[in-house]
Design a protein around this ligand. Structure first.
Ligand code: FDA
Length: 411
């Protein structure tokens, strides 16, 4: 039997941050992960450059059944605290867009920082280590180990592929089930349920939409075309790029809005977020423009997009009309198609491609200060396994750093 003050399940962003913090407080920390390598999602993230935080982190960038839960941790370990760590290790980084901060070189640089910090805290990390069973020990356990003090304080016993371990604090940092090939699993939710905690509804999020029927045909004919849009669902609007794919819609705008979408709902897309199409059409009419509609629209939108769109039966007849002949009804139809397109996705591409899982272990049962569960002393949940989901743009890693660091102060 081995003894640690703290065992952390999951050597991802949150787990490693928590381990380094607790280790540097002098706690004896073991991190176990069933994957063959640590930090796989970090390595894959941001197209290999890791969008590790955002300059403009606000609680409103996060979704949760309890929107107040994230406030304290984001304040106590903010994006500036993570940037101090990055500066301490002299990592070169840059802002790409909308405050999103990326490594200049490779995502591995972020993982190396976390591993160096874990080293400084003498953290033990074991990969390929499946956790088979977890038992909560009775408070007065007095079994075989000679060190009575340790026996008295151990609260959990883990059966793992590398033998049994006992610990005082157990941290669940197993993330969500998106991208199972990277070691993702629903283990954290099962464990939460084992200890009587509630798990909210789960959904693949930050994920492309799939389409059906004529909408799918349209997307397929435009696969590879990207354009700036504003896209809305459930009172949230994002102005970023949309990308047509062979399966439907993707790009940052679509991933962002997927956080707010539920099956069966429509999203509204404005393909001309910087123009008032009605005003443009009127201007062209007043200026006596003789050109066909498709020619004029191609001044505002990619030509391939305009041509593909105008084969829709409702717009076909308009495509070749001189703009001067457009009626009020024609203009209404054009504005509704190009500036307020209501599209009901057939679904999403699911956990195979989703960046995160929306929902998770219900935060009502977790202290927002320590991340310990209110009902089971010594049991902590951090990172994505919790019901806290960030926007695209470095927010999910910031949540992992903030929650990991805060729990690391108490485990
Ligand atoms: P994380 O998933 O990082 O770690 C969980 C760990 O637990 C893994 O190492 C896993 O192997 C381990 N584990 C799971 N089940 C286990 C079990 N049963 N036993 C033992 N170990 C187990 N976010 C962002 O802010 N910026 C970005 O650029 C990106 N980019 C990005 C790209 C891609 C492709 C994905 C899939 C995701 C992103 N994200 C992102 C999201 C971000 O990666 C994610 O929110 C964080 O990694 C969550 O950190 P956690 O530590 O909570 O889980």
């Amino acid at each position: 039997m081995r003894y640690f003050d703290c065992v952390i399940i999951g050597a991802g962003a949150a787990g490693l941050m928590c381990a380094a913090t607790a280790g540097q407080r002098g706690r004896r920390v073991l991190v176990v992960d069933h994957a063959n390598k640590v930090g796989k999602k970090i390595l894959m993230s941001g197209g290999g450059r890791c969008n590790f935080t955002n300059q403009w982190v606000e609680p409103s960038n996060f979704l949760s059944a309890n929107p107040h839960f994230c406030i304290s941790a984001l304040k106590r370990f903010s994006q500036y605290d993570f940037l101090s760590l990055v500066d301490k290790h002299q990592l070169a980084y840059h802002e790409k867009t909308l405050g999103q901060l990326f490594c200049d070189n490779r995502a591995k640089d972020i993982l190396n920082i976390l591993l160096a910090e874990c080293d400084a805290g003498e953290v033990t990390i074991e990969t390929r280590c499946e956790v088979q069973r977890i038992t909560q020990l009775p408070p007065t356990d007095t079994t075989t180990h000679p060190d009575e003090a340790e026996i008295d304080t151990a609260r959990f016993e883990l059966q793992t592929a590398l033998g049994p371990v006992r610990c005082q604090s157990l941290v669940v940092a197993t993330g969500g089930p998106s991208i199972p090939t990277l070691g993702a699993s629903g283990f954290g939710y099962d464990l939460a349920r084992q200890f009587g905690l509630r798990v909210t509804e789960l959904q693949a999020s930050l994920v492309p939409f799939t389409l059906k029927g004529e909408r799918l045909a349209l997307a397929q004919s435009l696969a590879g075309v990207a354009l700036p849009v504003s896209i809305s669902c459930n009172n949230q609007t994002f102005k970023e790029a949309l990308l047509f794919t062979h399966k439907g819609l993707s790009g940052p705008a679509v991933l962002q809005v997927s956080n707010y979408w539920h099956p069966g709902e429509a999203v509204q897309i404005n393909f001309l977020p910087d123009h008032d199409l009605r005003a443009c059409l009127r201007e062209w009419q007043q200026a006596g423009e003789k050109s066909e509609l498709k020619t004029l629209l191609s001044r505002l939108l990619p030509k391939r997009f305009v041509l593909a769109w105008l084969v829709f039966p409702a717009l076909q007849a308009l495509a070749v009309k001189p703009v001067a002949q457009l009626s009020h009804t024609d203009i209404d139809a054009l504005v509704s198609m190009f500036q307020c397109w209501a599209c009901v996705p057939a679904g999403t591409e699911g956990y195979k491609t989703a960046e995160v899982t929306r929902g998770g272990v219900c935060t009502d049962q977790i202290s927002s200060k320590t991340f310990e569960t209110k009902s089971v002393t010594g049991l902590y949940f951090i990172g994505e396994v919790l019901d806290v989901t960030g926007w695209l743009g470095g927010f999910n890693f910031q949540w992992a750093w903030s929650s990991g660091w805060c729990a690391g102060q108490y485990v």
